[in-house]
Write a protein that binds this ligand. Structure first.
Ligand SMILES: Cc1ncc(COP(=O)(O)O)c(C=O)c1O
Length: 480
């Protein structure tokens, strides 16, 4: 029999090249501090190194892998560097990378329970594990009326919450007839922009999203929320959803969920709590204040892909009553019908999010939880918070600088007692040096630097060196 022509990679070659790729990643981890944290390339530089046409003939894998060093690495901002203090982290870890690799290897598409029961059932189990681990309310457990699901991002979790809230408020009429323009949603002036995007996508309209004022700690004022809801209701509008944030993007401000929940309950409004980064802190009982009041939320999410050592993308989204979510998103074309779905005995996660298809993301989360154990996770979270608090004490002790917002966890907002442009120059100089990477926000109208300690491998020496560089940078700018 003549051999069938094939261009595929054989299992034996896959084994060989796979080892080479794992070696490459391990070497990358070892040498990561030799690269400038922020990529220093100019726009178009990487694209110009990639041929304008796809290759007609296949190339040797060694050559392809070699181009990772030659072409790709210069254009990488090293999110996994321990000197990465920017934005919020998107941290990764060995077990998460390997779990993700296995997910790719299995190549499962878990849209229905029946398209891979393990993909669904492991996800349900792992999300249930996290409920007591984070001190979340029992009504989020799948064994009751609620349940959790992995979404790609907090942005999509917020969108899904908004859709379910919209349908609960309109008794599923907006799903059928579209929105009437009467629905009003609420968040604070500090809420992540994904809420505005969700309002646009969901047909609510950004004009119908009210940005409630915040207090001196940048947390939502519940009394202002209550007043606005009253005014909207009096005007014949339909207040239907509030998004509270525990750990805002700018300054990690904690909205008073408990008081906001009271306002929501009195007005029959859906409460969504966004704990994208800070949720992970609740693994430690002493930081569980972030979840005060979450027991009254209709939905909640946090991102293991930010601070829980789980590669992007992984957002855990919970609802207290899954019926609204499922009824909002379910559609069942003939080609997806199957006996397990019809039996009602299984979860089909396709009804819990926007896309139909889904990756086996629970594997990486499972690996992380089993590798570290809750004890290991708590250790590293505590250490990050300790280092951030130490950094804050150095800032307080230097009269050239000031702290710009309360810092209870791992984000420090600070600035030099100087103009916005001087602070901006300090940040640009630091980032251009490649030694560290931090980003900024505006608080009280002033340019503010943010230093977030949350990268997997950040240790005391990295935070100490960052502070040294910041001090040197201030001196170079003539700030005394
Ligand atoms: C509080 C908050 N919510 C939502 C998001 C959006 O996260 P994602 O990239 O998962 O959509 C962020 C991102 O930093 C955030 O800080």
């Amino acid at each position: 029999m003549p051999e069938t022509k094939s261009f595929h990679m054989s299992p034996e070659e896959f084994r060989r090249q796979g080892h080479a790729v794992v070696d490459w990643i391990a070497d990358y981890q070892k040498r990561i501090e030799t690269f400038p944290v922020l990529s220093q390339v100019q726009p178009g530089e990487i694209r110009s190194k990639v041929p304008s046409d796809a290759p007609e003939e296949g190339e040797a894998f060694e050559k392809i892998l070699g181009d990772i060093d030659r072409i790709i690495l210069p254009g990488i901002t090293h999110w996994q560097s321990p000197n990465f203090f920017a934005y919020f982290p998107a941290n990764a870890s060995g077990p998460a990378i390997l779990g993700d690799l296995l997910s790719s290897g299995l190549g499962v598409q878990g849209m229905l329970w029946s398209t891979s029961p393990a993909c669904t059932e492991l996800e349900t189990r792992v999300l249930d594990w996290l409920v007591p681990a984070l001190g979340l309310p029992n009504n989020f457990l799948s064994t009751g009326k609620g349940g959790g699901v992995i979404q790609d991002t907090a942005s999509n979790a917020t969108l899904v919450a908004l859709l379910a809230a919209r349908e609960r408020a309109t008794k599923f009429a907006s799903n059928k007839q579209g929105c009437t323009g009467r629905l009003i949603a609420y968040c604070s002036t500090q809420t992540h922009s994904s809420m505005e995007k969700a309002a646009k996508i969901a047909g609510i309209g950004s004009d119908n999203l009210r940005h409630i004022e915040v207090d001196e700690n940048f947390a939502m004022r519940p009394e202002a929320l209550s007043r606005q809801i009253e005014a909207d209701a009096a005007a014949g509008l339909l207040p239907f959803m509030v998004c509270a944030t525990v750990g805002t993007t700018s300054s990690l401000a904690i909205d008073p969920t408990l008081e906001i929940a009271r306002v929501c309950r009195d007005n029959h409004i859906w409460l969504h709590v966004d704990a994208a980064m800070s949720g992970t802190a609740a693994l430690c009982p002493e930081f569980r204040f972030v979840h005060d009041g979450v027991e009254f939320a209709d939905s909640y999410c946090f991102n293991p892909h930010k601070w829980m050592f789980t590669n992007f993308d992984c957002n855990c989204f919970y609802v207290a009553d899954r019926r609204h979510l499922i009824e909002t998103l379910t559609v069942l074309p003939e080609y997806l019908r199957n006996r397990a779905t019809e039996s009602g005995a299984v979860i089909d996660y396709r009804d819990w999010h926007i896309p139909l298809g889904r990756r086996f993301r629970a594997l990486k989360l499972w690996f992380v939880l089993r590798h570290y154990g809750l004890e290991g996770l708590r250790h590293h979270i505590r250490e990050h918070v300790r280092l951030a608090q130490e950094f804050a004490s150095w800032v307080r002790g230097d009269r050239r600088f000031e702290i710009a917002a309360p810092c209870r966890l791992n984000l420090i907002c600070f600035r030099m007692r100087a103009s916005d442009s001087v602070n901006h120059r300090l940040m640009e100089n630091l980032n251009r040096s490649g030694d560290l990477f931090l980003t900024h926000t505006k608080l009280d109208g002033k340019f503010t630097l943010r230093l977030c300690v949350g990268q997997t491998n950040t240790q005391a020496q990295h935070v100490e060196r960052a502070w040294q560089r910041i001090q040197e940078g201030a001196a170079k700018l003539g700030i005394s």
